[in-house]
Design a protein around this ligand. Structure first.
Ligand code: UDP
Ligand code: MG
Length: 313
């Protein structure tokens, strides 16, 4: 019999947490009945530095039912780190881990299908949403653009898969070997290999509370994702730079020929345009290169990804 732990990251989720825990509990109970999942299966909630009553709720739930466990971060370290911390603790006792958002927008009933697919030999099962109608027009299109962009520079993401997935212990152990500080899970996990499968589900709107991913956080998440997975932007700059230099050589020859043929200088506007375009291009290039140097700086510090303040086991 295998033991399952459901890992739930929670950042200021007081409005939904009680309900979510109840629903997850019911689903685990069903699983224990229908599939041979251990009755000790539990739920681990990672409080990512909430400032509301999230931690109190976790403590209260733990008191009533010791199968509900908790990790409290010392401050907000982000969704990805909360997932990592949860998975790391979960595999101390569990054989399979399912990660799901606290708002249960991702259909928790899909967990059953995930476990079934795992029992057929899959080490990773990805939850893939088959609808985007609960998203705003902006979120839908920006996500589309993000996948296209990453695809173009050679990073294969599983389209419409976020962080709702099942991982068996060996896959989690392999993931924990990836030591970089900034880990973009949905980019790295497909790189692990292992037998994997997908489960399709319908994503619903949040029932309570607000999104903890405002635009600023979303954009920074996307940018961190791109730059942590690939050096393609820097390479692109190299190619563009080579192209511009080639053009420069052409311009040089052209200028010399013009000069020799005696025609006078008459190119103020073209000069201005070139200066501004090239200036902008150089600044942008420096910025992108700087971004990667910044990443190196962050990585060589080898700081911990997160700090745990309390644990309820
Ligand atoms: N979350 C987190 N830390 C953060 C932001 C979000 O742990 O800094 C959690 C949040 O509590 C939720 C999940 O990550 O369980 C996804 O967040 P949300 O549902 O707000 O994002 P959306 O569904 O709007 O993309
Ligand atoms: Mg959500």
């Amino acid at each position: 019999m295998e033991k399952l732990t459901v890992v739930v990251p929670a950042f200021n989720e007081e409005e939904v947490l009680h309900d979510s825990i109840k629903r997850l509990n019911d689903i685990e109970a069903e699983l224990i009945n229908d599939l041979s999942i251990d009755y000790l299966s539990d739920i681990l909630i990672v409080d990512d530095g909430s400032t509301d009553k999230t931690w109190h709720i976790i403590e209260e739930e733990h008191r009533n039912n010791p199968r509900i466990k908790g990790i409290k971060f010392s401050r907000n370290f982000g969704h990805q780190n909360a997932l990592l911390a949860g998975m790391r603790q979960a595999i101390e006792t569990a054989d399979i881990v399912v990660t799901i958002d606290a708002d249960l927008q991702d259909d928790p009933n899909a967990i059953k299908k995930m476990v079934e697919l795992h029992q057929k030999g899959n080490q990773i099962v990805y939850g893939v949403r088959n609808n985007r109608d609960t998203d705003t027009w902006f979120k839908r299109n920006s996500a589309q653009l993000f996948y296209k962009l990453l695809n173009m520079i050679g990073v294969q993401l599983i389209i419409n898969h976020a962080d709702f997935r099942l991982m068996a212990k060996p896959a989690v152990e392999a993931l924990l070997e990836y030591k970089e500080r900034n880990l973009f899970l949905r980019g790295v996990i497909p790189m692990l290999g292992f037998e994997s499968e997908r489960v399709y589900y319908k994503r619903t709107a949040r029932t309570a509370g607000t999104s903890k991913y405002p635009l600023k956080k979303m954009l920074s998440f996307a940018w961190e994702g791109i730059t942590s997975l690939t050096i393609a932007p820097v390479r692109l700059i190299l190619y563009l730079g080579a192209l511009v230099s080639l053009f420069g050589i052409g311009m040089f020859i052209y200028t010399v020929v013009e000069k020799l043929s005696g025609s006078t200088v008459h190119g103020w506007s073209s000069l201005m345009i070139s200066i501004w375009i090239l200036g902008g291009f150089q600044m942008m290039s420096l910025g992108i290169v700087g971004e990667y140097i910044g990443k190196v700086t962050t990585e060589v510090k080898r700081r911990p990804r997160y700090t745990v303040e309390k644990v309820l086991r």
